[in-house]
Design a binder for this molecule. Sequence first.
Ligand code: ADP
Ligand code: MG
Length: 757
Amino acid sequence: AHQARVNSVVDSLTKAPRNIQFPTTKDGRLQSTSEIFGQNVFSLKEMSKMLPKPVYKNFIKQLKGNETLDKVTADAIAHAVKVWAIQRNASHFTHWFQPLNDSTAEKHDSFLTMKSNFVDGFEEVTAIDTFSGSQLLQSEPDASSFPSGGMRTTFEARGYTVWDTKSPMFIQDGPHGTSILYVPSVFISYNGEALDEKSVLLRSAETLNKVAVEVLNMIEPKDDEDHPRTKSVFATLGTEQEYFLIDRALYTLRPDLKITGRTLLGGLPPRHQQLEDHYFGKIPTRVLAAISEAEFELARLGVPIKTRHNEVAPAQFEVAPIFEEAMLAVDHNMLTMDVLHRVAHRHKLKVLFHEKPFRGVNGSGKHCNWSLSTDQGDNLLDPSSSPETNLRFLIFLVATLKAVYDHGDLLRAGIASASNDHRLGAHEAPPGIISAFLGSQLNEVLNAVEEGRPVNYEATGTQLQHVRVSGTVLDLKVATLPSIARDLTDRNRTSPFAFTGNKFEFRAVGSKQSVSFPVTLLNSAVASTLMEMRDALAKQKGDKPIASKDDQLAVIREFIKKSKDIRFEGDNYSDEWVQEAARRGLPNIVKSPDAFGRLLRAENAAMLRKTGVFSEAELQSRYHILIEKYCKDVMIEAQTLLTMVTQQVLPAAFQYRRDLAEAASYMANIGVQSSPEVNLLNQLTPVVADLQAEINSLRATLDKIISIDDLEVLAKEFSQQVLGSMNKVRDLADELERHVSDKLWPLPKYTELFLNI
Ligand code: ADP
Ligand code: MG
């Protein structure tokens, strides 16, 4: 065991980075990212080149109107994409979808079809490549092995994947130089219920679009050439993805990492992240080689990766894209995780997306930068576009704040998982209390609007010269606001939901999870408050065609008052905040088993029904899936820990004790008494005994609780009894790791796993 560790360490140090040849131009330089960008995507541009004009026009029309495709158009697109894909070595196609298990699913079918001809009265079968419109539009995987939360009764196992025309098709490398055509799809049951992440996200986007346009129509002047009316609004999303990269050989020697994604044992080395020398440091060569190969593939897939850097913890990194329309961004985040995973493999590295792979150092999150954009390219949450749109900005800002206030617990439920629990509240990530941070300037602006007084710049604590004010005196009646200098708003890193200049950043989202669910919930909650806003504006404006500035201000004021308690500008990690939040009546949901039930809270369920995003049955099924997954996750961890302690940790301790006993007995033979070996042996005895007792107790707990039928009770047992006992086991095992001879220790230690420390 020790030799395997040593070999892997030596290997990881001597491994040369894998080199690949990026494509070059005619004059011999490497192609730039923009030159390779989207090469593997069957984009609208590609479509317009390959399809007959009327077919293409039809497709665009149907896409805009959210209509289902007619057969002729579907057949023509299928044919075109088949030709396009086969030119790029495609042998297979697959519907690609996102079942409710935080990953993607695919089932490959070849283009092969057998066609029979009759030649002189004899049947002759020939092979041809085909791809029909109906194959493009719909496929029927057996749904019975995907999570459905009891929604799909066993006799009706049918599920359908349906092409999501809003997301472009693409090819990815298959084996031996072949490729595979991917058709992004939604996954629904026979009755049209959502069995995946995507269909509810699409529904939330539809409602959000509709109501946001209704609100805009009430506040924007009539259509004219200079100010064309907004026809659609969509959420934008940029996901900052954090992850760890470690050597794969060492990873392979850790059953806990392999099975659960996190280390269940292992003590911190003397040096880890205290010196703060990893963040933004030089990216290790081997890691950089892997990252840039992944970025290359992602660029060809049309994923606009922009940023890469070292994160706070040793061996931790971040990748961030340029934001996109939210649904596409969700697909692209799934692709990013997938490509990173596969490319790392080629570099003999292993990506860890788990929220807390290592105890004692920072975990990983996935900051969801979220905003709303119009088809005119206006960011509705940008305060500084122009003073005339300040009221519009405030309307969408306070709508978002009220959405978070009304449904904070729902957002908390959307990020709940066994793995994210280890990160939330651990003084490195936002805690289980959802609040929103605005920054002192904007906070003062909202206070001023609420109190109907001018903005007091002194109160913002910002330097005046940074605040560009249109006009010297701020008269809120004419609704001019200072342009918010962006760098002034992003000071609070502790808030779970922070306004960062022209977007909100939902930071509590887990690194491993699909962002689809939290974004769906956020979209829905905001759509719901926009409905309230629409109704309030309608009432306020009466018969007038457009709500006046006073009308708008009145509504904004009302919403500021109602949502005030969600705003918090202080340190979210402090104990004072926990007390203050309790006074405000904000829920503090520390553990996931307390969060899942929030999905079903009457106000949340009503909101999700009202917005048409989740039916009652779909919500029940989600709840079921999440809570069941939680229990299974902890169960798997507990069993992995038991195996590791029984088969690896205890035997190492026994061997070491035997070595000590032998040494002591040799000493005794030559007449040396009370040897230090005996002291050490005696010191270890209670630790080993306690560890044995603790694993027996963990085993007994598991045996006992497994008969509990009520999932909610079971989840609580897992979160308290089982995780509590696992922590005790770990503390004792880590104590042994500190004492047992390194030569006998079978598991790679943290120092070795942090290869670039
Ligand atoms: P930081 O958070 O470090 O200040 P940036 O402001 O550049 O970094 O953005 C972080 C992420 O937010 C990026 O993925 C970026 O594309 C995304 N982002 C920027 N503007 C928007 C927007 N209007 N909507 C959604 N995401 C956005
Ligand atoms: Mg950020």
